[in-house]
Write a protein that binds this ligand. Structure first.
Ligand SMILES: Nc1ncnc2c1ncn2[C@@H]1O[C@H](COP(=O)(O)OP(=O)(O)O)[C@@H](O)[C@H]1O
Ligand SMILES: [Mg+2]
Length: 206
């Protein structure tokens, strides 16, 4: 069972939107996916309830996530857990716990200098979590809120790549449909489908 944790320092970076759309994209691709909402605000859980997602969701906003997950999510029933986390700066303990059990970490961020400037603590948290485990997770940046043809996207990608970070080729555009998606059913989505396909390829699963 893979455990994909979305993480970033701040709120508003697209963690919940990404967790929600990606879980659906994986389900569309035949994966038995479940969302674990580790944010005490519970947005993913409420969205799931409002829209009656086909993808199950449970709330587990606790610093004991790495101990409790195995007892809450049955490995024989699910292929993939997508963990939506609170902002690292607000709930470091929960995020650290979610990073400890991640097989894969996804950092959604807009391709802007400001977001780039504040991603440092995220790398630090991922490295700190590595001290508690044997094998390192895959770590990928997902550029979202991308404006088509903006030169900034390429520039930010290059800086991250030069820093040794993996940046997914697939990106998510800035779209009103994402901005207004909360509470509504999630239809098959091309950009997040491409993100799911790229992650599956990274994992050697297609
Ligand atoms: N690609 C996008 N284009 C436009 N709006 C987006 C996009 N991704 C997320 N949003 C909006 O940005 C806000 C913050 O996203 P959210 O997923 O809640 O971030 P986080 O969970 O990191 O706080 C939400 O209103 C969401 O609808
Ligand atoms: Mg959120």
């Amino acid at each position: 069972m893979r455990v994909l944790t979305t993480v970033n320092l701040k709120g508003g970076s697209g963690k919940t939107t990404t967790a929600a759309f990606l879980a659906h994209a994986f389900a569309d691709r035949g994966k038995r996916a479940i969302v674990v909402d580790a944010d005490p605000q519970g947005s993913a859980l409420r969205w799931q309830g409002m829209a009656e997602w086909p993808v199950p969701a449970i709330g587990l906003p606790t610093t004991g996530l790495h101990r409790q997950l195995a007892g809450v999510v049955d490995r024989t029933r699910f292929d993939l857990v997508v963990i939506d986390t609170p902002p690292l700066e607000e709930r470091q303990g929960i995020v650290a716990s979610a990073l400890r059990i991640a097989t894969d970490v996804l950092v959604p961020m807009a391709p802007s200098m400001m977001e780039l400037d504040r991603v440092g603590p995220v790398w630090k948290a991922i490295e700190d979590a590595a001290g508690y485990r044997d094998d390192d997770p895959t770590v990928s940046v997902l550029l979202n809120r991308v404006v088509p043809n903006a030169s900034s996207t390429r520039a930010i990608r290059d800086v991250l790549t030069d820093q040794g970070r993996r940046v997914l080729t697939a990106t998510v555009p800035r779209r009103e449909a994402y901005a207004q998606a909360f509470g509504s059913p999630i239809e098959p989505d091309v950009p997040y489908g491409q993100v799911a396909d790229e992650l599956l390829a990274l994992w050697g699963e297609r």
